[in-house]
Every structure is written in structure tokens, then in C-alpha cells.
Design a protein around this ligand. Structure first.
Ligand code: NDP
Ligand code: MG
Length: 380
């Protein structure tokens, strides 16, 4: 029996992870965590009977504890709660499916407690990859990618020598605004940006996909996961989202992973790696699909991708600035306080004004995040 702690169980990845648990009787849930959606969390607790549930907001944690006082689940709260459930002795795998840099400390705690990590929370690797990857090596734990592109790369590396990678071809759908130019994007509304052509995801990543910032975060994530240089990662737009990514080797061979867009596949692969399990569902029909097409990303219109390459190449504290500025800008856009094109402009301004901190510690990363949030708030 594999025992899971799922951080972010009420979100898009979290609920799909629970679907995988439902379909596999040898998976069980020891702990669940959410931000504030205690209604759904209560349903999950009643179905999966975890020992612990963590809720970020203290008030909501108290409310939940009262609502489930007839169960054996213990409710914990805040960052201490997230860390506590990441370190539980009986847990084998921690699924990090929270959104944002909030995932850094629990991930570090889980690694130090010897847990394998099924990692969806890309913001953690983007900002703290230089801490997470060596730590995972030191503690002998696996970082198993859940992000579909990174799972595809991981699968395309199976049995291969990573030293023979020539480059990584990271695919992108291009998002809902593919083909549009800057002028067309001036009047984009929140509702427009929340419509993704191929994937149903949480709000933040859906906006990130439309600006190509998500692809930029994924490039930096891939750099850390697969120990390659930024210039070895090429983004290829493949609008049907059928090829989930590819690896080109030194002899020119390219190995790719293909499939219908369904996050349950990479989630299940991470939870059972190296085993492949049967997965119910529709299969890819090439004749029905007809064609798979490719193009270069439009980096003039979607400058967030360029800024990510710049941040990833500079390294040190710059990816934290890129990520924190984006997180804050997205929350302002979700609150309808800024325009769509302001998101990339805010990231650029914060990066230009930042004084690099070399090899930042977790505390420094959190401090930089806070100062970037404050800087943006003071100007909006
Ligand atoms: P969602 O917004 O759908 O879900 C986020 C989850 O995190 C919710 O359960 C939310 O709880 C919880 N959460 C938020 N803040 C806190 C907090 N402070 N403490 C505890 N829990 C918290 O996001 P997604 O599932 O879309 O994305 C999660 C991560 O996975 C992101 O890093 C994203 O980039 C990555 N990812 C997502 C993919 C997808 O298909 N969705 C694909 C690849 C990567 P609540 O509901 O209570 O707010
Ligand atoms: Mg992805």
C-alpha cells in the first residue's frame, strides 16, 4: 500500500490525484491539505478517511474541525500544518499540488523526512531548484514530475544516458491567444484569458498558459529536473497538445511521449514509477486526429517567455523575481485591478530593478517574494 499526502487536494491536480487513488486500491490517503475550500475538503475527508487534514486559514481550520468532529481526522493549520503532514512517518509520497511558492517549505521538509515527491508545484523548482535538487540527492529521494511536459521528458529518458541528451523539445499548445498580436491583446478580459483550448486547470496556471509564462516556468523547471542548460531547451508550439514533449539525443534521434491530454496519466505515472498501470479512457486515434502541426512561439507578442529565459540564464535570485512578480500580477489581474498586458510589463520592471542575491536561501527567497509583492502593491 502506498500512502500519500496531497498538498492542494481541492485543486485541479489534487482532485485528479484523488481520481487516480479511487481507481487504484493499493493507494491510500494519509493526509490532505487545502487553502480555504473546507466544503470540498470535508467531502474528501469523509470519502478517503485521512489521518490528517491541513487548512491554511486558521478560522477555516476551526470550522472544519467542528464539522468533522464525528471522524478520526485531525485538523492542523497554517505553514506548521503543511509541514507536519509532509513529514508524517507513514507517508511514502508527498504530492505537491499547491499553487505558488507556498510549496517550498513543505517540499524541503518532505525531502528531509525521506519522502518521494510527486511534483506538480513548478513554482517551487523555479525559485528553489538549486536547493531542492541537491537536497533530494543528499536524502536519496525521487522528484517525480507531474507536469505533463516534464513527465513526457522523464518518460523519453527511460533507459537512456542523460549525458547523451542534445536538447529538450518542450511542447506548448500556444494557449488561447496563439496567432494574436499585441494590439489584439490590449482588450483581453479575465474571462477570455480563463479559456484554455485543451486543458482544464486552476485559474493561475490557465492565465500563465495564455501569456506563455507557464512555458517559461516549465523551461526553468526542466533545467533543474534534467540538469540541462537553458540553451538546450527549445519551446515548440504544437497546438493539438498530443506530443507532450521530446528529447533529442546526440545522434539526432528524437524520442517523444504522446497521448490524449489528460493529467491523470502523468499523475499515475509519477505515483507508480517505474511501473505502468492500466488506465481506463479514450485512446489516441491518429487517423481521426489527421495531423499534428508545429510552429515557433511568438516571443515578441508573448514576452513573458523571453523574460523567463533571461531569468533562468541569470539564475541566482532572478527566477524568484520573475515568479513572484508574475504571481502578484496574476492576482491583481484576477481581481481586475490591472490589464492583461500589464502582467508581462510588471514582471519586466521588477526584473530590471532587482539587485541579484547570489545562491539565495529559502528565507531569502521568501523575503524577496515579499518585497516584490510589496513593490508591486505600492505602485498599483
Ligand atoms: P488550483 O488552483 O486548481 O489548486 C490549488 C490547490 O492548492 C487548491 O487545493 C488550493 O486550496 C490549494 N492551496 C492554495 N493555497 C494554499 C495554501 N496556502 N495552503 C494549502 N493549500 C493551498 O491549481 P492547479 O491544481 O491547477 O495547480 C497546482 C500546481 O500544479 C501549480 O503549481 C501548477 O502550476 C501545477 N500544474 C498544474 C497543472 C494542471 O493541469 N492544473 C498541470 C501542470 C502543473 P483551495 O481550493 O482551498 O484554495
Ligand atoms: Mg505543463
Amino acid at each position: 500500500m502506498k500512502k500519500l499526502a496531497i498538498l492542494g487536494s481541492t485543486g485541479s491536480i489534487g482532485t485528479q490525484t484523488l481520481e487516480v487513488v479511487r481507481e487504484n486500491l493499493d493507494l491510500s490517503v494519509t493526509a490532505l491539505a487545502a487553502g480555504s475550500n473546507i466544503r470540498l475538503l470535508e467531502e474528501q475527508i469523509r470519502e478517503f478517511k485521512p489521518k490528517y487534514a491541513a487548512v491554511w486559514e486558521e478560522e477555516k481550520a476551526r470550522e472544519l474541525a467542528l464539522a468533522i468532529k464525528d471522524t478520526d481526522t485531525k485538523v492542523v493549520s497554517g505553514m506548521d500544518g503543511l509541514i507536519e503532514i509532509s513529514e508524517l512517518e507513514e507517508v511514502n509520497i508527498v504530492v505537491t499540488a499547491v499553487v505558488g511558492m507556498i510549496g517550498i517549505r513543505p517540499t524541503v521538509a518532505a525531502i528531509k523526512a525521506g519522502k518521494d515527491i510527486a511534483l506538480a508545484n513548478k513554482e517551487t523548482l523555479v525559485t528553489a531548484g538549486h536547493i531542492i535538487m541537491p537536497l533530494a540527492k543528499e536524502y536519496g529521494v525521487k522528484i517525480l514530475p507531474v507536469d505533463s511536459e516534464h513527465s513526457a521528458i522523464f518518460q523519453s529518458l527511460n533507459g537512456e544516458n542523460p549525458k547523451e541528451i542534445s536538447k529538450i523539445l518542450l511542447t506548448a499548445s500556444g494557449g488561447p491567444f496563439r496567432g494574436r498580436k499585441l494590439k489584439d491583446l490590449e482588450k483581453v478580459t479575465l474571462e477570455d484569458a480563463l479559456k484554455h483550448p485543451n486543458w482544464a486547470m486552476g485559474k493561475k496556471i490557465t492565465i500563465d498558459s495564455s501569456t506563455l509564462v507557464n512555458k517559461g516556468l516549465e523551461v526553468i523547471e526542466a533545467k533543474w529536473l534534467f540538469d540541462v542548460k537553458m540553451e538546450q531547451i527549445q519551446v515548440v508550439v504544437q497546438p493539438q497538445s498530443i506530443i507532450h514533449s521530446m528529447v533529442e539525443y546526440v545522434d539526432g534521434s528524437i524520442i517523444a511521449q504522446l497521448g490524449l491530454p489528460d493529467m491523470k496519466l502523468p499523475i499515475q505515472y509519477a505515483l507508480f514509477y517505474p511501473e505502468r498501470r492500466t488506465m481506463p479512457g479514450e485512446r489516441l486515434d491518429f487517423a481521426k486526429l489527421g495531423s499534428i502541426t508545429f510552429e515557433n512561439p511568438d516571443i515578441e507578442t508573448f514576452k513573458g517567455l523571453c523574460l523567463a529565459y533571461e531569468a533562468g540564464s541569470i539564475g541566482e535570485s532572478m527566477p524568484t523575481v520573475f515568479n513572484a512578480a508574475n504571481e502578484k500580477a496574476i492576482s491583481l489581474f484576477l481581481g481586475k485591478r490591472i490589464k492583461y498586458l500589464d502582467i508581462a510589463d510588471i514582471i519586466e520592471t521588477c526584473m530590471r530593478e532587482h539587485k541579484i542575491v547570489k545562491n539565495p536561501t529559502v528565507d531569502q527567497i521568501i523575503e524577496i517574494e515579499k518585497s516584490i509583492y510589496e513593490l508591486i502593491e505600492s505602485r498599483c
